[in-house]
Ligand binder design. Structure first.
Ligand SMILES: [Zn+2]
Length: 459
């Protein structure tokens, strides 16, 4: 699920550009890290927001730590908030034929920072927490150079630890996206049984209400069948990953009844909503313990017919969305705390039992997540494997978009590419249940040899 931050929350402070403008050539002409002295900072009167501006005029391309990573032509403005899927690491690198301008922050905690490329060809950084050290450096014009540079710092950080997980051994993460559990049982088992266990099954449509409605009332549509389905997956040594949304609260929800006082409050007192199109979905405040306890409780209610807790869970949006500051003064966090969203996410992850798959990928959550679902943008042609090259040794990624109409060769190319990007479980889940059903057709018989962990003799 994609989220665009509420623009009201993206207020930038006025910066002293003149100093940096005059001195940028000095900064960028050196090839050693530069730590700009505090006295040159542009600081707002309230000292909450610090903005830095860097001249990127003359650079045509930028390497963005967005999803798996992208290398794009700079032809429009761009803004992304760290830590989120769209700015999941703390650098950008700008290229022309001769040079690479590498700009990195060294925030060892993970405060909110907005990264903005402006139409005036500037990079603006707006820090909501304490301003970290900043590195501005010239590198060779090779996209791998900034990646190697960042990796040296990144792998020393507290989050850069691989979480031991059974999902590591999974040969497939099947997509179960039909609300009809009986249909799921038929099709999923045929598919899953083709692979040596363990496997996993991402269950996105098990809920009583249609997708994107009545959250967080996560009751099964077919309660008994759902529990049987979970038990059958457990018997097959397959990890069920049922969908729970980590943030959204439908104003029509009765169970628990929507409570305006527990949502994120913007600085003007209004409630933060998810998107212009879906204003009925509000952001619950994850910095407030009420919501965190609720999410963990919902996860603990995922129990199979034998009373066994589901071996896993999928949290939508949890490590994808851009943090939104909450200014409520009735929550158990400081109003405007630039860390409470991130600490809320971490708290849920720490308290969640079993295997966790989350939407999106952000460096600060690496040690708490079993596998990041990173399908978004994988069908775009400007992908560059930044994430895998920096964090491939400590983080697991899953998911790749496979169009339902893909023929044999297309499908083959897609999963080979996914594997090159470090995606586990044969590049799955493929975001489509239909493509799995198609693979059982004789036209795709020869593709099975491509899969690791395929049980050759299974009919
Ligand atoms: Zn709050």
């Amino acid at each position: 699920m994609k989220f665009e931050p509420n623009k009201k929350n993206l207020n930038f402070s006025i910066s002293r550009r003149s100093f940096l403008k005059k001195n940028l050539s000095f900064f960028t002409s050196l090839s050693i890290p530069i730590f700009i002295p505090t006295k040159f900072l542009s600081i707002n009167k309230d000292k909450k927001n610090v903005t830095r501006v860097f001249d990127i005029n003359g650079f045509k391309q930028v390497l963005l730590p967005k999803g798996h990573g992208q290398l794009i032509t700079i032809d429009k403005e761009y803004k992304a908030r760290y830590p989120s899927r769209d700015q999941n690491m703390q650098f950008m690198a700008f290229f022309n034929e001769k040079d690479c301008l590498y700009i990195q922050t060294k925030d060892t905690v993970g405060y909110i920072t907005d990264w903005e490329i402006t139409k005036e060809q500037k990079l603006k950084l707006n820090f909501f927490g304490p301003e970290p050290d900043i590195v501005v450096k010239k590198l060779p014009p090779d996209p791998l150079a900034p990646i190697e540079e960042y990796k040296k710092w990144a792998l020393l950080q507290s989050w850069a630890k691989l979480k031991p997980s059974i999902i590591e051994k999974c040969n497939i993460i099947a997509t179960a996206s039909t609300p009809d559990i009986n249909h799921l049982r038929k099709t999923q088992f045929n598919f899953i049984k083709k692979f040596i266990p363990p496997t996993a099954c991402w269950i996105t449509q098990w809920m009583k209400y249609p997708f994107n409605t009545m959250y967080p009332d996560f009751q099964p549509k077919q309660p008994e069948l759902f529990k049987i389905f979970l038990a059958e997956l457990h018997e097959l040594n397959s990890i069920p990953l049922p969908y729970i949304n980590g943030f959204l609260w439908d104003i029509n929800c009765l169970n628990p009844k929507y409570d305006e006082t527990k949502t994120i409050k913007n600085i003007d007192g209004s409630t933060a909503f998810y998107s212009e199109k879906k204003k009925y979905l509000k952001f619950a405040c994850i910095g407030n313990s009420y919501w965190r306890n609720l999410i963990v409780e919902l996860r603990n209610k995922l129990i199979d017919i034998n009373g066994k807790l589901s071996k896993g869970v999928y949290y939508d949006m949890l490590t994808a969305s851009s943090p939104v500051l909450c200014y409520s003064n009735s929550h158990d966090h400081i109003p405007g705390d630039p860390l409470c969203w991130q600490n809320g996410v971490k708290d849920i992850l720490k308290k969640t039992k079993g295997v966790i798959m989350t939407e999106g990928n952000v460096e600060i959550y690496i040690d708490l997540v079993d596998v990041f679902l990173m399908h978004l943008y994988t069908n775009e042609d400007n992908l560059f494997p930044i994430w895998n090259k920096v964090y491939g040794s400590v983080a697991r990624s899953a998911g790749w978009i496979v169009p339902e109409k893909s023929d044999f060769q297309e499908f083959l190319n897609i999963i080979r590419k996914a594997k090159k990007y470090g995606v586990i479980a044969n590049g799955s889940p493929w975001m489509s249940q239909k493509i799995q059903e198609k693979l059982l057709h004789p036209d795709f018989a020869n593709i099975w040899v491509e899969f690791e962990g395929y049980i050759c003799n299974t009919k």
